[in-house]
Design a protein around this ligand. Structure first.
Ligand SMILES: Cc1cc2nc3c(=O)[nH]c(=O)nc-3n(C[C@H](O)[C@H](O)[C@H](O)COP(=O)(O)OP(=O)(O)OC[C@H]3O[C@@H](n4cnc5c(N)ncnc54)[C@H](O)[C@@H]3O)c2cc1C
Length: 412
């Protein structure tokens, strides 16, 4: 071995690589053909198809809850193995749902597992893992900036053995049809720290005091992102998740892995877009050569390949840090910002290379672009991540005389 050769091993253990290929094959052979053959606008047909595909994933292929421990019926994968599986699953938009690893349930499962009492585990986590229930996470409000959870106005006061909640939420993904919500509300009027004002409640649904006003129509249509009015909603004290005033802590705990899980899925989507871009450039002929031979198009391909490579390295490193209980907040923040923007840029370039076809809905690219747009502000807007990354970089310099600690703490 070369003197001083470092043991940086980017290969996956054989069992993880085998699993990755198994997920890819399942998506290619079973999920994509079924999904592309149905009318995806018909909700009843979509629901029936998901049930059928989930049964096949779980019973025929042993692919279910990859991120959850085996004791919960899952596959017990750590964050780095999840990166491999999620990227493959997300190559079909419905893929993560088929494996019961979709947002927001995936994040809620982690949160309940970590913070829930044994009773809460049985009542709420069990059905979520069995796939007999869906859930939602209700934090954002129309009246105040979602970027600053200390501004949350939904309020809870104690009345005997119950809490009484009033407030207004919106963009609550999956609220219609959910069996319960994890809801963040203000319980402390004068906390020692502004971050300690909120608590998390588990809300049984449906409930007339948790009223769905509308399914918000977005630039890609309605996708069960609901506006909710909460009027004198009574919640048993036993339904607080985590301690009183710990809502922010719980949100932070939830968001680290949940943001990284988004990045893993976005890598799968970005790879599909780059594949389509190259395929089209090899088929389309103009001004004496194929598009793949034009330097202008090669730059689009090259930039996309480099950015996807950077994205993969960032996600793997953040997952590695998460897996080894090292500090990961900054790496997840950088990955979330970078991968979200990479997804947007690669899909946009792929549309450019497809010309009018890219603008149509004959390819998946148009749908991918509207989805990619929300990735730049949901679960932390770009500018918030940049603000935090800059703060940590400045602090590292002030504390250590070097910014090294803020750039992944790599041995370079
Ligand atoms: C498709 C989709 C699904 C969602 N699902 C959920 C869900 O299930 N549950 C839930 O609770 N929420 C959900 N959200 C809401 C999402 O989490 C919020 O959009 C996000 O937290 C930003 O909050 P906001 O929309 O209020 O934007 P704001 O906080 O008003 O920010 C708007 C913009 O202002 C800028 N900005 C804000 N603060 C700063 C600052 N300090 N410095 C510089 N610039 C700043 C940024 O550019 C930011 O994009 C979803 C949103 C979308 C689009």
């Amino acid at each position: 071995m070369m003197l001083g050769a470092l043991m940086i091993d980017f290969s996956f253990p054989p069992e993880v690589e085998e699993l990755r290929l198994k997920v890819r094959q399942f998506m290619d052979d079973v999920v994509r053909p079924e999904w592309e053959s149905i009318d995806q606008k018909d909700r009843a047909v979509v629901a029936k198809t998901i049930v059928k595909l989930r049964k096949s994933a779980r019973e025929d292929h042993g692919l279910w809850l990859p991120h959850m421990p085996k004791s919960w019926g899952g596959m017990g994968l750590g964050p780095t193995a999840m990166a491999a599986v999620s990227a493959e699953a997300a190559k079909v938009s419905i893929g993560p749902f088929v494996l019961n690893a979709q947002a927001p349930d995936e994040g809620n499962q982690h949160t309940l597992l970590h913070w829930g009492t044994p009773e809460q585990h049985e009542k709420y986590l069990r059905p979520l893992c069995e796939g007999t229930a869906r859930s939602c996470f209700a934090m954002t409000e129309p009246e105040v900036a979602g970027s600053d959870p200390t501004l949350i106005q939904t309020h809870a006061y104690k009345d005997g053995d119950e809490w009484v909640l009033n407030g207004h939420k919106w963009f609550i993904t999956g609220a219609r049809g959910a069996k319960f919500a994890l809801l963040i509300a203000r319980t402390e009027d004068d906390p020692d720290l502004p971050q300690a004002a909120n608590s998390c409640f588990i809300i049984d649904l449906p409930n007339p005091a948790f009223r769905i006003v509308r399914d918000i129509e977005t630039m890609s249509g309605g996708h069960n992102h609901c506006e909710i009015l909460i009027e004198d909603l009574r919640v048993p004290a036993a339904n607080m998740l985590g301690g009183q005033g710990q809502g922010h802590l719980l949100g932070q705990y939830r968001l680290g892995p949940a943001r990284l899980a988004h990045c893993m899925r976005w890598i799968g989507q970005a790879e599909i877009a780059l594949d389509l871009m190259v395929k089209r450039s090899l088929e389309r002929y103009s001004h004496g050569s194929y598009l793949a031979e034009k330097q202008g198009i090669q730059w689009l391909i090259a930039d996309s390949a480099m950015e996807l490579y950077q994205s993969k390295l960032m996600v793997l490193h953040a997952a590695y840090k998460l897996e080894h209980q090292m500090e990961f907040i900054s790496e997840v923040s950088m990955a979330k910002h970078f991968v979200a923007n990479t997804l947007w840029r690669i899909v946009d370039r792929a549309i450019q290379v497809h010309g009018a076809l890219g603008y149509s809905t004959d390819t998946p690219l148009a749908g991918m672009l509207t989805q990619a747009r929300w990735s730049r502000f949901a679960d932390g807007a770009d500018e918030i991540h940049q603000m935090r990354i800059a703060q940590r970089t400045i602090a590292a310099y002030k504390d250590h005389g070097s910014t090294k600690k803020a750039t992944g703490e790599l041995p370079l």
